[in-house]
Design a binder for this molecule. Structure first.
Ligand code: ARG
Length: 469
């Protein structure tokens, strides 16, 4: 594309008010075409709706309306076939489309922008884009949840140490652990659905800021574009970016959840934990240490989380000092949004593949891990408490037992019945069953707990919610 020098005449995009063209560096600085081309399909769809409305209201003739709609469709085909590649001189996607339309249609093309501004246009495009992306992300969340649910069903009886403070606390079912992520992502899915309602509102027809002198029909364009409602106030319509911030909040929370799970996979895959084996299809080697197999996928997910948080923060700061209505600062919303959308989608896809086929839980190692520690200590205290010993007294007594076991390099299961009885006469031979890991897990049958009965209930409930929508 040819670059303008500062002496050349301005391009015809702006009014004749301008005598000289933009300085080339400023043109470059001002342009958004390098990234807002991402919006082109939505821009074309939005413009087609606008053209139909202009014809329906008699602002242009029916024939002109048809010509505009068809011309825009031709640009869509040209773009899809790689023939329409506007350069920097087009400034942004909106000007690029209008210019091409005028090349195709002549003067009729110049009628497209009647009763519209780029301000309501870009707001419309961004909402149409985000609306589609939200639906895609929600589908991806469902795919990931499907994999989590499948694994949970397989691993109801697989035990894994449960942690608090990253110290072994109580054994749990691996399914319980996986289902915790089902619940987090279920909130993500629901949250995106709620945000969708507020994204799906039409600003089209707000004009530059104050509406328009033409007898437009905003309800008609909103209906054509399948918006759920209309902005009530034109100033708000062109300058609101709450919908983008809300999306970035939701995107950040998705990333929080994926990042926490990633962190767990990273240590589960370490030699110290050895709870999972990474398959070759989802792990990478080191350029120098031949023995290494690195968890790059979860590490990248954890790392990319920072980008999305950064975009959220960036958008909040972008908005905080903006007076009404449109300000060019708002052009900065797009890269934040696009990069967040692309990052979330890439991370959801990678994590789905990782859990579907990239890692294997080492069930024998996991079941064994829960027998090598004192994570059944609470159950000894509960055992005594169930026999009428006040819980705090039982708790103190078990603390002493753990201390003496540690000194003798023994586990609780190694104590003889005589030793138990010496500690407290209430102990009977059923203490051994009570502290066996599977029983420790099974016994936590309170609603939402890790007991196997609860897990089966939780899986059924998750499946039911999974099938909705
Ligand atoms: N490229 C611009 C943006 O993304 C389009 C709107 C321009 N509006 C204006 N008044 N200069 O925000």
């Amino acid at each position: 594309m040819s670059q303008q020098s500062s002496e050349s005449k301005p391009s015809q995009t702006w009014s004749q008010r301008f005598e000289t063209a933009l300085h080339p560096a400023i043109a470059q600085f001002n342009a958004s075409i390098g990234f807002d081309i991402e919006l082109i399909e939505y821009d074309l769809t939005g413009s087609q709706a606008h053209a139909k409305m202009l014809a329906k209201t008699g602002i242009i003739s029916a024939e002109e309306g048809d010509q505009l709609v068809n011309g825009l469709e031709q640009i869509r085909q040209e773009y899809r076939q790689g023939q329409f590649q506007p350069g920097i001189d087009a400034e942004d996607v909106h000007f690029a489309v209008e210019r091409r339309l005028t090349e195709i249609l002549g003067d009729v093309g110049k009628k497209l922008h009647t009763a519209r501004s780029r301000n309501d246009q870009v707001g419309t495009d961004t909402r149409l884009y985000l609306r589609a992306q939200i639906q895609e992300i929600r589908h991806q969340i469902r795919d990931f949840q499907g994999v989590l649910l499948g694994l949970a069903e397989q691993h109801v009886k697989t035990l894994i140490p449960g942690y608090t403070h990253l110290q072994r606390a109580q054994p749990i079912s691996l399914a319980h652990h996986l289902l915790a992520y089902f619940e987090m992502t279920q909130r993500d899915w629901t949250r995106l659905g709620e945000i969708y309602q507020r994204v799906n509102v039409s600003p089209l027809g707000s004009g530059a800021l104050a509406g328009t002198t033409f007898p437009i029909d905003r309800h008609y364009t909103a209906e054509l574009l399948e918006f759920g409602g209309l902005y009530e106030n034109s100033l708000d319509g062109v300058s609101d970016r709450d919908f983008a911030i809300e999306f970035l909040c939701a995107a950040s929370l998705i990333m929080v959840h994926l990042s926490r799970l990633s962190e767990e996979v990273i240590f589960w895959a370490s030699q110290e934990f050895s709870f999972v084996t990474l398959k070759d299809s989802c792990a990478t080697g080191s350029s120098i240490m031949p023995q290494k197999k690195n968890p790059d996928v979860p590490e990248l997910v954890r790392g990319k989380t920072g980008r999305v948080f950064g975009h959220l923060q960036g958008m909040l700061v972008l908005m905080k000092g903006l007076p009404l209505a449109y300000n060019k600062d708002l052009q900065e919303d797009k890269e934040a949004l696009f990069d967040s959308v692309n990052t979330v989608k890439a991370c959801l896809e990678a994590m789905t593949i990782l859990f579907q086929e990239g890692l294997e839980f080492r069930t024998a190692r996991l079941n064994e891990a829960v027998t090598e520690d004192f994570s059944n200590a609470t159950d000894v205290a509960d055992y005594l408490a169930a026999k009428g010993v006040p819980f705090r007294e039982a708790y103190n007594l078990v603390g002493k037992v753990v201390r003496s076991c540690l000194a003798a390099n023994k586990l609780l299961k190694d104590l003889t019945l005589a030793e138990w009885k010496e500690l407290h006469p209430a102990f009977e031979s059923d203490i051994y069953d009570a502290i066996a890991p599977a029983q420790v897990v099974a016994a936590r049958n309170s609603f939402g707990g890790t007991g196997f009965e609860q897990i089966n209930r939780a899986i059924a409930s998750a499946k039911q919610r999974f099938q909705q929508g």
